[in-house]
Design a protein around this ligand. Structure first.
Ligand SMILES: [Mg+2]
Length: 279
């Protein structure tokens, strides 16, 4: 079926055993994080996601320790992400890279492909079947079927048909969602763009995500010599694995403490020298 990404299922022999001891975050890491299912638990409706109490402060402190080399990489609209993490404004690849806020604050936005027919088909599906929900983004259209999983194949067929005759788009499947998005962009290409300029360039990329839509990102960071962490279950290219967003956040907290330690050690050493000089 041209233009369709089926659920990502690499051959079992193509991936190494999962490592559950997560990699060490250093001051030279470029950290990329998906949002839903990675930093925050997935909710029954996208807008009902609960942002854990300490998440915003944690991301802010990590960004400072990494000299700004921390970015969100998500399929969401940038307004959603900014709303959840307000007042924090991180470099962000939204809509799988169709919208990208660079470290300077500049927004790079792909021209949206012609989506009116896709929107018409998606809305017709949702009007005929309760349980389907259409989300219109700046350059993409998503059909959520979390409340009607029995309609997965039906949605796939209908959207594949319209994608076939719509230029410049492709169909992607995530967790209980089909998305018609611009061809050729992915979380992988979004992170490659971030890695081409400071403060990301010259660092080792590390990306954590939970979904099949993150696999292109896992492949990209590992091809750049970095590391990928798959959150939750499912076959993945990612070398590392953690069980849940809660566990990933715990790793981020521990990583922040570890990043703070060298600084604390330096301060202690400096104070010791001052004390020795004074005695
Ligand atoms: Mg996700």
């Amino acid at each position: 079926m041209p233009g369709v990404f089926p659920p990502f299922r690499p051959a079992p022999s193509s991936f190494p055993p999962d490592r559950t001891v997560l990699p060490v975050l250093t001051a030279q890491t470029a950290l990329f994080l998906d949002f839903d299912g990675t930093l925050a638990d997935i909710a029954t409706e996208p807008e009902l996601v609960v942002v854990p109490d300490d998440l915003i402060g944690l991301l802010e402190q990590l960004s400072i320790r990494l000299d700004g080399a921390l970015a969100l990489v998500s399929g969401r609209k940038i307004t959603d992400l900014d709303g959840f993490l307000s007042p924090l404004r991180l470099p962000t690849a939204a809509e799988h890279g169709a919208q990208q806020r660079m470290p300077s604050g500049d927004m790079l936005s792909l021209a949206a492909p012609p989506l009116h027919e896709v929107i018409r088909v998606a809305q017709a599906l949702a009007s005929q079947h309760t349980g389907l929900r259409v989300e219109i983004k700046s350059a993409a259209v998503a059909v959520h079927y979390r409340h009607a999983p029995e309609l997965e194949t039906f949605c796939l067929q209908a959207l594949a048909e319209i994608v076939k005759i719509t230029p410049g788009v492709e169909l992607m499947q995530g967790k209980c969602v089909f998305e018609v998005k611009p061809s050729g962009i992915s979380k992988g290409s979004a992170m490659q763009l971030f890695m081409s300029a400071p403060p990301f360039s010259g660092r080792l990329p590390l990306f954590a995500g939970d979904d099949t839509t993150d696999e292109a990102g896992f492949a990209a960071v590992q091809a750049m010599g970095g590391a990928a962490i798959k959150v939750g279950e499912g076959i993945s290219l990612a070398v590392y694995r953690c069980a849940s967003p809660a566990q990933l956040r715990q790793w981020l907290r521990s990583s922040l403490q570890a990043l703070d330690k060298p600084e604390a050690a330096e301060v202690t050493a400096h104070q010791r020298q001052v004390d020795e000089a004074a005695s």
